[in-house]
Design a protein around this ligand. Sequence first.
Ligand code: B12
Ligand code: SF4
Ligand code: SF4
Length: 359
Amino acid sequence: MTATPAAQTAGDTRMEQLVKARAYGLGFDLVGITQLGEAETAAAFDAWLARGYAGEMAYMERTAEKRRDSRRAIEGATRAIVVAMSYGGTEPSGPVARYARGDDYHDIMVGRLRELHGWIEEQLGRVVPGKAYVDTGPLLERDLARRAGLGWFGKNTMLIHPRAGSFFFLGALLVDLDLEVDAPFASDHCGTCRRCLDACPTGALVDAHVVDATRCVSYLTIELKGDIPEAMRPLIGELLYGCDVCQEVCPWNVRFARENRVPEFTPRDSLTNKNARELSQDLLAMSPEEFSAAFKGSSMKRAKLRGLKRNAAVVLGNVGTADDADVLTRALDDEEPLVREHARWALDRPRCATSEFRA
Ligand code: B12
Ligand code: SF4
Ligand code: SF4
């Protein structure tokens, strides 16, 4: 433990312990506390940006100054209560990444962190300035999490905990409160293993601990708004939305991934009962109204219907058969040029093409 004074106590129990107990009670799997300050990985982050690995995620560059130093996120905050929540790493693999199969984790986790914040204020009987962040804030969340003792940086860049693997989300409640901090996670348990680097389907793990996002399936199928580069399309295989490959092969997940215990993260039937082809066919035929209804409350809305149709066309180009020609041909009339172009590409792929079609 780093020696910082613990100013708040309630009875005989230290505030840190109470906060952690409450956080576990709210369903978080891991909790740690760290001091805000300059990110230890700021230099690695700068090098990553300089090499263009953020691609079109302009917000990473725009908010870089804040990300380098977590004290800049909100005025006056001194501590981060960092949490992790497992989302079902034991579920079978499939065309949609595990994290996106249930309800949007941003809403669920921010809601629970706000509950924790309210509870702290109630315990102390005063206002505690603070703010909850999950994913979208200007923070290097993995940096904060390692400093709070939640795990090490895997060679696949995931934060990994020795008894929980890496299939969990991270979040942080930044507060102006003098809590005693936890020791950082100092060891590294990757050793000589390189399974994730070898398994990545697109070669996005350009080095240990370095993801070139512009090659990562997660970026290509979610963050990228325009055309997926043609050279990358065949490498995407049947991955429709996101990618779990570099986590699935990790021995720490094979052994320690936890089951989902959060009802809201339960996979939607519409996603789990269908294979990549069936799901892609459904998406390509979907109207905006059907899309809104089917994906209400889902983080998959981030890619919008046009992005999902684009991905579906790529998947059918990779794993479809001549039986998918009809749905792809109809997509040639889609109002979105993006969808039309990817459908055309898919139809020209040997698996989908028939002589009738090529004419
Ligand atoms: C941008 C982003 C992406 C991008 C870029 C990914 C990336 N690795 O940077 C894309 C779209 C590709 C992506 C994909 C995914 N993401 Co994402 N993403 C983010 C986001 C918003 C920022 C990440 C970031 O700062 N990148 C900058 C680079 C430099 O950092 P980094 O690669 O994470 O590297 C870290 C360490 O490896 C270390 N480091 C860097 N170089 C070196 C060198 C050495 C020698 C060492 C020791 C360390 C080290 O420093 C960095 C930490 O500061 C965070 C949320 C947040 N606000 O932090 C979520 C986040 C990282 N993503 C998350 C998830 C779940 C995913 C996916 C699994 C989703 C999916 N299934 O498709 C994939 C996993 C891909 C992967 N292997 O990273 C979780 C990760 C949870 C965890 N256990 O680690 C986060 C934290 C969101 C959340 N709140 O839960 N993501
Ligand atoms: S998420 Fe998939 S594409 Fe991205 S680095 Fe991991 S294995 Fe490679
Ligand atoms: S697969 Fe191996 S090298 Fe990659 S993160 Fe897991 S333990 Fe580390």
